[in-house]
Design a protein around this ligand. Structure first.
Ligand SMILES: Cc1cc2nc3c(=O)[nH]c(=O)nc-3n(C[C@H](O)[C@H](O)[C@H](O)COP(=O)(O)O)c2cc1C
Length: 196
């Protein structure tokens, strides 16, 4: 990978990589999201990228989930995309903002009805007595919302990771991989090559 192969704006470069991945792969939007408690205990899980633009990278989840609680008290995150077949990895780091109700609602409306009911039924990250508890909750909620739109739950919404660092990695033979890291500098970006 040559610096000239990557757009000077890393959001443009990342969008191009995601577009290429979406043509080559079944599911290019899965990204590992790392959060941490205020005293620095990390946790990580996979979520789906729902949009990317100059403001940042958006995903949706429950605000009362483990990740939601961690972001509520320590609003910073790291993301990792890995596309094995393309030999590419991208790392993103930065502060996290909650999307407002209007933005969360706009995305909520695009979700399949079953996913909407499932979001209501799941107190994400809380222990369950068993599978039945979840299935029963789903059935109750399906009956409750019958014939009506499923409203946006007050405990569910979007988050935006606002990148202050983005690193592009490509596989090269003999472990001599390429790494190009962008960091915010004023209103633009500075980039440098890192040892693999
Ligand atoms: C491919 C994939 C995509 C996922 N996408 C999401 C997502 O967009 N939002 C979400 O809340 N959980 C998603 N999950 C589930 C999370 O990985 C995780 O189990 C859940 O959010 C609870 O995490 P937490 O307890 O750390 O908050 C996804 C899992 C996989 C494997």
């Amino acid at each position: 990978m040559d610096e000239r192969d990557l757009d000077p704006d890393p959001i443009v470069a990342l969008t191009a990589w995601i577009d290429e991945a979406s043509r080559a792969l079944e599911q290019p939007y899965a990204m590992t999201l790392a959060t941490a408690t205020p005293d620095g205990r990390p946790s990580a899980r996979v979520v789906l990228l729902r949009s990317i633009d100059p403001r940042g990278l958006d995903f949706f989840t429950s605000r009362t989930s483990r990740k939601g609680v961690e972001l509520g008290t320590n609003p910073r995150a790291a993301l990792v995309f890995h596309w094995w077949q393309l030999g590419r990895q991208v790392r993103v780091e930065g502060p996290v903002e909650e999307l407002d109700a209007a933005e969360s609602e706009a995305y909520w409306r695009t979700r399949p009805r079953a996913s909407q009911i499932a979001a209501w039924a799941s107190q994400q990250s809380e222990p369950l007595q068993g599978r039945d508890e979840l299935d029963d909750a789903y059935d109750r909620l399906e009956a409750r919302f019958e014939g009506a739109e499923v409203p946006l739950p007050p405990f569910w919404g979007g988050y935006r990771v606002v990148p202050e660092r983005i690193e592009f990695w490509t596989h090269r033979d003999n472990r001599l991989h390429d790494r190009i890291r962008y960091e915010r500098a004023g209103s633009g970006w500075r980039r440098e090559r890192l040892a693999p």
